[in-house]
Design a protein. Structure first.
Length: 92
């Protein structure tokens, strides 16, 4: 299912175009990223850093980490899950 343009923002990272959205939860934040085409595997980022602002730069860093860790945004599949905690990214 494609990410809605309403409530999501465009970003260019790693040589490709994506859309991302941000949701606040109790104790952590969630960021979802998908190819701008609206197809392919989504990236789910759990940010476990209270007080940290979710910025386009942090989203771009998430994309870069995910791409080097096996995320395939152009292929179908279940969400690729990563976490940002203790100033670094981890695959969940």
């Amino acid at each position: 299912m494609a990410m809605s343009k309403a409530g999501s923002r465009p970003i260019h990272a790693g040589g490709a175009d994506y859309r991302w959205s941000f949701f606040q939860n109790s104790g952590y934040d969630d960021v979802t990223v998908q190819s701008a085409s609206g197809t392919g595997q989504k990236l789910a980022v759990q940010i476990m850093a209270p007080g940290l602002s979710v910025t386009p730069d942090l989203v771009a860093q998430s994309i870069a980490f995910a791409l080097t860790s096996g995320w395939t945004p152009g292929e179908p599949g279940p969400p690729f899950n990563i976490r940002y905690q203790d100033h670094r990214f981890h695959v969940r």
